[in-house]
Design a protein around this ligand. Structure first.
Ligand code: R5P
Length: 317
């Protein structure tokens, strides 16, 4: 890390300019003036117009689809900032693409989440600010400081506004038990688990519900909705087991492939997601988006002032 002056600088890639603008409005500082475009052959062209020498720069770029485009663009932005003598570069990656490939669970496969971490650090990132990574242990792939925020307080405030009485918190698979337990503990609710089996990247099978959802309102929580298979099948099986009102709450709305159709066809009364990923194209009818811009803005301000970030973990907006 080089010399850092007092200047907080916000920079954005092209992945989610709307979120960068919302964070900028929360902080009351503009997004740095820059051009990020494409050369005729598709290569990425970057030019930062503002002087950022010595600045404490925060680069906002979720690595959502198109994942590889957004990832490489982020690496080139970091390189640009380093060569422009930024004092410190913090990557603000509200959604961490490739996080699900975090271990070698069969022969001859990569650990892609580790490659993302290696490349960010090798081009010169000094810190990382992220949210609801698929597995919190990914922090260990970095040798730079990582602040890992949770969208739970923001989503929970959204659920609270719905006035769901006496809910059961449901996780669509055993991998989500920790997250679901945190929700259940926070609102004093019971917990149920859907027994999910993944058949392929987009196909899953659900066979049992562990716990009682009969005659109860349920809130199904997950870190992400990708093709929508896991959460819509969880909604369907809880309805077959007698669930009344069904609310889905997920941090990252990846919404690829058949997600929108699956979500529209499932028995959910409300689908709450955050804006870590921009909405492009159609949205499911029951969708409500709550913003994490305020939470990210407070984290950025606290990191800049060397104040605690963990104090934001349970804050309700
Ligand atoms: C799985 O471990 C994750 O937490 C999500 O449940 C899963 O990635 C969602 O994917 P899809 O929406 O494609 O079922």
């Amino acid at each position: 890390m080089g010399y850092t002056n007092d200047r907080l600088v916000l920079m954005t890639g092209t992945a989610h300019k709307e979120l960068a603008q919302s964070i900028s409005a929360e902080l009351g500082i503009p997004v740095a003036n820059a051009h990020i475009g494409r050369f005729p052959d598709g290569e990425i062209d970057i030019k930062v117009y503002d002087d950022i020498r010595g600045g404490d720069v925060f680069v906002i770029q979720p690595t959502c689809p198109p994942v590889n485009e957004n990832w490489i663009e982020l690496l080139l932005i970091i390189d640009t900032l380093r060569r422009a003598s930024a004092g410190r570069v913090t990557v603000v990656m509200p959604y961490y693409g490739y996080a699900r490939k975090d271990r070698k669970d069969e022969g001859r496969v990569p650990i892609s989440a580790k490659v993302v971490a290696n490349t960010l650090a090798s081009v010169g990132a000094d810190r990382m600010l992220t949210m609801d990574m698929h597995a919190a242990q990914i922090q260990g792939f970095f040798d730079i400081p990582v602040d890992h925020l949770y969208a739970k307080p923001v989503l929970m405030a959204g659920v609270k506004r719905l006035g769901i009485e006496n809910p059961v918190i449901v996780t669509p698979d055993v991998g989500g038990v920790k997250m679901a337990r945190a929700w259940a503990k926070a609102i004093g609710a019971d917990l149920a688990i859907v027994d999910k089996r993944r058949i392929s990247g987009s196909e899953i099978a659900v066979e049992h519900v562990i716990g009682n959802v009969d005659g109860r309102n349920v809130i199904i929580v997950d870190d992400m909705i990708s093709t929508g298979g896991s959460i819509s099948e969880a909604a369907a099986i809880t309805r077959r087991h007698g669930a009344k009102k069904i609310v889905l709450a997920a941090s990252h709305a990846v919404f690829c492939g058949p997600a929108v159709q699956r979500l529209d066809a499932c028995p959910a009364d409300k689908i709450l997601v955050t804006d870590t990923i921009p909405r492009r194209g159609d949205s499911p009818k029951a969708l409500e988006v709550v913003s994490v811009a305020g939470l990210l803005a407070r984290a950025i301000r606290n990191i800049h002032r060397s104040e605690s970030v963990s104090s934001l973990f349970e804050e309700i907006q």
